[in-house]
Design a protein around this ligand. Structure first.
Ligand code: MN3
Length: 243
């Protein structure tokens, strides 16, 4: 759907109180694309070799072209004939408890990966500035302390999952991890809910070709490709949402 339709739809949904307004972002690359009733694989915002040497080309090719594609295909298959098919992904995440395990896994997989490609960039790395930098300092003490906590969560996530930096409904930053393809948008028990602004995929498929069992090396390398401009944009949007 185009931007205007999306905004209109968002306004209606928002007025109806169906979704958290802070999650409605017009630039969301995560909205349903193309055909209204199906989801499609978003293009990578850079070449598959652009994140070298931190994330290798072969991993990106498989991760985006095969893994992410499978989540999209399986989600479309599972939602066939369901009125939720093609609805904005944030909305699907907010109501995920109403859906099957397969929708949770594949819908989460689609949202998480669409988000992940956006928050990385070949021109990434460094540190955020402005209000996000201030909020990080206030909450964690320093940028490095925030990184340490995030790294620890990413390392400690047993098996497959994700580490997140999110904004909660009190507009406070928090770090969490989720198993499988779950994320902080989902309305399921045990999830600390909020709007993710940074996330790291710690499934083995995300790093095994280059880093094998050395997940901590992959986690350290990730910081070199974090797209702080995008993360900041998402932070500002989350903060401007009415709660
Ligand atoms: Mn993955």
């Amino acid at each position: 759907m185009d931007k205007r339709t999306f905004l209109k739809k968002s306004a209606v949904l928002s007025a109806a109180g169906l979704v958290l307004p802070s999650l409605l972002t017009s630039q969301s690359a995560i909205a349903a694309q193309g055909n209204q009733s199906t989801y499609s694989l978003p293009k990578l915002p850079y070449a598959t070799n652009a994140l070298e040497p931190h994330i290798d080309q072969r991993t990106m090719e498989l991760h985006h072209g095969k893994h992410h594609q499978s989540y999209v295909d399986n989600l479309n298959e599972e939602l066939k004939g369901n009125k939720a098919a093609g609805q904005p992904l944030e909305q699907l995440m907010n109501n995920i408890s109403q859906h099957s395990r397969k929708v949770r896994n594949n819908g989460g997989g689609h949202w998480n990966h669409s988000f992940f490609w956006q928050i990385m960039s070949p021109r990434g790395g460094g540190q955020p500035s402005g209000q996000l930098a201030t909020a990080i300092n206030n909450k964690f003490g320093s940028f490095n302390k925030m990184k340490e906590e995030f790294n620890q969560k990413a390392k400690d996530q047993f098996g497959s999952g994700w580490a997140w930096l999110s904004v909660n409904n009190n507009r406070e930053l928090f770090i969490s991890s989720t198993p499988n393809q779950e994320n902080p948008l989902m309305n399921i028990e045990g999830i600390e809910r909020g709007t993710p602004i940074l996330g790291l995929d710690v499934w083995e498929h995300a790093y095994y070709l280059k880093y094998q069992n050395k997940r901590p090396d992959y986690i350290s390398a990730f910081w070199n490709v974090v797209n702080w401009q995008e993360v900041t944009k998402r932070y500002n949007q989350a903060m401007s949402g009415r709660n």
